[in-house]
Design a protein around this ligand. Structure first.
Ligand SMILES: NC(=O)c1ccc[n+]([C@@H]2O[C@H](COP(=O)([O-])OP(=O)(O)OC[C@H]3O[C@@H](n4cnc5c(N)ncnc54)[C@H](OP(=O)(O)O)[C@@H]3O)[C@@H](O)[C@H]2O)c1
Length: 512
């Protein structure tokens, strides 16, 4: 079980065996936007995988809400096809037959009051037929512009009310706003209807085993934490690189860009987990308090022209195939200034990290798909070796490989066998695939289960989301007012300006 599990109870009083699987109680899930890409590829398969692992209650119910004129049977067929295509675990007829008992479809648009009334009666019917006990989570897998109307409709039709000990929860997909102001406005709308403990904002990175493992690595061991500070660390690099372009998502991506899409949420959450102090417990409040504290201590560079870079992919080669440039992609404005690459340098104003830069970068059409956190250490303060002996020695590093090839690498110098003293970098590797027989659940399995259990550890809170926008907003404003994104050929590691940004600091990006 992951280190983050737990209901937030006092560990001294909590005698439950936490190794037992956490199974959701009577409940159901309503998915808005159920015909969408996310629902088909991730949400429906995750629900099935949870059922297959025995983690859902027998009467679990799944309600789809969308515009199509489907009967319950049509909806069940769509779920069936999505599960067959995308589920992680094998298809078992008996699991499917049980799941299908609680499947319903409600047809309508988000502004259709009758449809929300039908949703209300469907939930009441399921409470009777399936024993869901009034406990429902509403998953907003819809275009971000539709978040407010769905939330308001839930309120208007009494669907957010928690009657007679039942619970109601709202799950909100990313992006949560497009700047600080819009995030504050959305938070205000959400909290007018739902209390903070009813709201689950999705950052699916937090559902990944490798991300939760940052906490295990740092706080369950003794050997890392003593060197996890400015006395030993030279800098930290957090990378999320994609080898794909924007695919069919032009409508969503153009005008949003890499920094808003990835840095504001995923990379700043990774920074928070890497840099925060040890929480008193893994209680959701304690964890959020530490993440909030460190995000609040992040300092932007003084010269945004020097220490941030945005880029846009030009035509190039990717995996032996020709790739078109961003401006030639279907549906993209040929004058678009949207960033498909972003690199920023941040510092953290506290005693642990003063003077240690955190370099964050993300991009599309880069050399390889990889997400990693590299903690790079200073060189030894004194070297008794001849300088020729250490010519090929880099800086020591601990690299947390988030995806793919999930694991951790420690890089350090070792003597090359032979008569002379020559020291070269070597790696010590932990790979999930080799060390554990269990395969990792998909992030959405973990997150949906946590929503049903009311466990909010892995969901960013209001303050975290707003602090992250506060960090990003001035950069976006600066970019907006100054020039155009630098170009980089598809299949490379980003614009040369990003390399120069690190060279000026006497450092270089890792080539994972
Ligand atoms: N796709 C991903 O991999 C991914 C990853 C991370 C986050 N997200 C987030 O997840 C959410 C959903 O993304 P998606 O890619 O699944 O979007 P999508 O494919 O465009 O699906 C949107 C869904 O919303 C429904 N919808 C839109 N307007 C509606 C209206 N007025 N009334 C009723 N239904 C309406 C659509 O129904 P129709 O079929 O009737 O049009 C469709 O089911 C977004 O917030 C996105 O940012 C997606």
């Amino acid at each position: 079980m992951s280190p983050l599990s737990g209901s937030g109870a006092n560990p001294l009083r909590d005698t439950a065996d936490r190794r037992l699987p956490r199974i959701a109680g009577p409940s159901g899930l309503v998915i808005f936007g159920v015909t969408g890409d996310l629902s088909r590829k991730k949400l429906m398969p995750a629900v099935y995988d949870l059922a297959n692992r025995g983690l859902l209650p027998p009467g679990f119910s799944l309600v789809g809400f969308a515009r199509r004129e489907w009967a319950n049977e049509d909806f069940a067929q769509v779920v069936h096809d999505a599960v067959k295509e995308h589920a992680r675990t094998p298809f078992r007829e008996e699991v499917w037959q049980q799941l299908i008992q609680g499947m319903r479809f409600v047809q309508g648009t988000f502004d259709d009051d009758d449809a929300f009334e039908r949703l209300r009666s469907t939930i009441e019917e399921l409470d009777k037929a399936q024993g869901t006990g009034g406990n429902f989570a509403f998953y907003l897998s819809v275009p971000p512009g539709a978040f407010p109307v769905v939330i308001q409709q839930l309120k208007k039709h009494g669907l957010a009310d928690q009657k007679g000990g039942s619970w109601r929860r709202a799950v909100i997909e990313k992006p949560f706003g497009h700047d600080l102001r819009s995030a504050e406005e959305l938070n205000a709308i959400v909290h007018e209807v739902f209390a903070p403990d009813q709201v689950f904002r999705i950052d699916h990175y937090l559902g990944k085993e490798t991300v939760q493992n940052i906490l295990a690595l740092r706080f369950a061991n003794t050997m890392f934490e003593p060197i996890w500070n400015r006395s030993f660390v030279d800098h930290v690099q957090i990378t999320m690189a994609e080898d794909i372009g924007i695919g069919g998502r032009a409508g969503y991506y153009d005008g949003i860009g890499a920094a808003r899409d990835v840095i504001q949420n995923h990379l700043l959450q990774l920074l928070a987990l890497t840099a925060m102090e040890e929480p008193a417990s893994f209680d959701a409040d304690a964890l959020a308090a530490e993440k909030t504290k460190v995000l609040g201590a992040v300092r932007l560079p003084k010269d945004l022209g020097r220490d941030t870079v945005r880029g846009q992919y030009a035509a190039g080669w990717q995996g032996g195939e020709k790739a078109v440039g961003y401006l030639q992609e279907e549906g993209i404005d040929p004058k678009s200034k949207t960033d498909t690459y972003a690199a920023i340098k941040l510092e953290i104003d506290n005693r642990r990290w003063a003077g240690v830069p955190f370099y964050l970068r993300t991009g599309k059409r880069l050399g390889r798909r990889v997400t990693e956190i590299a903690v790079v250490f200073q060189r030894a303060p004194h070297s008794p070796f001849d300088h020729t002996a250490t010519e090929e020695l880099g800086k020591n590093a601990i690299v947390i490989r988030v995806q793919p090839d999930e694991g951790v690498t420690v890089r350090f110098g070792s003597k090359v066998p032979g008569t002379s003293m020559e020291i070269r970098d070597v790696s010590m590797d932990f790979a999930y695939g080799e060390s554990f027989t269990e395969s990792s659940p998909e992030a959405y399995e973990r997150l949906i289960l946590d929503v049903l259990l009311g466990d909010s550890n892995l969901f960013p809170r209001t303050e975290e989301v707003e602090l992250s926008w506060k960090i990003l907003d001035p950069i976006e404003v600066y970019w907006d007012q100054n020039g155009k994104p630098a170009q980089y050929p598809a299949g490379t590691w980003g614009p040369v300006e990003a390399d120069e940004m690190l060279e000026r600091d006497g450092r270089s990006w890792r080539r994972p």
